[in-house]
Design a protein around this ligand. Structure first.
Ligand code: ZN
Ligand code: ZN
Length: 310
């Protein structure tokens, strides 16, 4: 049954499609927000508002990319990809990270231009009002996404909501800074704000890339998860002698686990298989999307470094 462990519980399909609908709505709203922010920049020619609009552009592109990747990654395993398509999410995230870094470079360029040749800004209050309207929309939608993400237990939606919230924080900072520009007439504050936004965007791009490269390189899950897996194996392997060579790697939402299980040489295949089934059941009760392979061995193969069975 390939469906086991992919989508647990009743209504799983419905949960996924609702998450996809919300993700698609997110892209639509992102376009509206982007339109408002682009208009704010166009009217004022402010480097800070340019950087904010560019950040939103990347966010919208990233959401579209993430939605496509989620759909592709959710396809069941087939003859060409017997381990499933989960790594599509990492590819999408690396491309997203590169886009974010490019946006940061464009922001730095704009900040440099505005710094070297400070120009008169257009009607700041109008631009700030447009940007503020976009920010209010973003804040409301991120609150809604975070709530839905929790209710649907969707990491993709929650990540989307957090991402938007970070966007809201940058916009509030930029608006506060531009308020100072309007009050004091300090024009250099505008490129300074843009440069600060650029540093933040660059940092988030690098973080996105490095997190995904770990997944492409078969990084292990968090140490706490590996520790819990070892505990569950030890607690549920009564009848076996030892488990060793335990390896884990994760691909998107899938976690692959394999280990050797040492049993008394005279134990029947049926009995040793029953132990394997018990371990698998215990692990899957606690962890979603786990792909388990167990290699059974006679006691002569026991090693000192294995997980002793309790
Ligand atoms: Zn072995
Ligand atoms: Zn089996």
């Amino acid at each position: 049954m390939p469906a086991r462990g992919w989508c647990k519980g009743q209504g799983g399909e419905e949960r996924v499609s609702r998450a996809e609908r919300l993700a698609a709505a997110s892209i639509g709203l992102g376009c509206l927000v982007l339109g408002l922010k682009a208009a704010a920049w166009w009217l004022t020619r402010s480097a800070a508002l340019y950087s904010d609009a560019l950040e939103t552009t990347v966010n919208v592109a990233a959401s579209a990319l993430a939605l496509a990747a989620l759909r592709f990654a959710a396809r069941p395993a087939d003859a060409n990809h017997p381990y499933g398509h989960a790594k599509a999410e990492f590819f999408a995230a690396v491309i997203e990270g590169v886009l974010i870094v490019v946006a940061a470079l464009l922001i730095f360029r704009q900040a440099e231009i505005a710094f070297l040749a400070p120009h008169r800004l257009g009607p700041l209050p109008v631009g700030m009002a447009l940007n503020a309207a976009a920010t209010v929309l973003n804040a409301g939608w991120s609150w809604w996404l975070l709530r839905a993400g929790r209710a649907l237990r969707s990491p993709a939606l929650t990540a989307d909501g957090r991402h938007l919230l970070a966007d809201v924080v940058t916009s509030v900072g930029i608006l506060a800074g531009l308020g100072l520009v309007a009050l004091t007439g300090l024009r250099l504050l505008d490129p300074a704000l843009a440069a600060a936004t650029g540093v933040y965007v660059l940092w988030s791009g690098i973080a996105t890339i490095s997190a995904s490269v770990g997944g492409l390189m078969d990084a292990a899950p968090e140490p706490a998860v590996v520790q819990r897996i070892r505990e569950l194996v030890a607690e549920n392997a009564a009848g076996a002698l030892e488990a060793h060579d335990l390896r884990t790697r994760h691909a998107g939402r899938l976690t692959f686990l394999e280990f050797h299980l040492v049993v008394p040489g005279a134990m029947s295949v049926a009995d040793s298989h029953a132990i394997c089934d018990r371990i698998e059941a215990a692990l899957k009760r606690e962890m979603d999307h786990l792909m388990i392979t167990i290699h059974v061995e006679p006691e002569a193969k026991a090693k000192q470094h294995g997980v002793p069975v309790v």
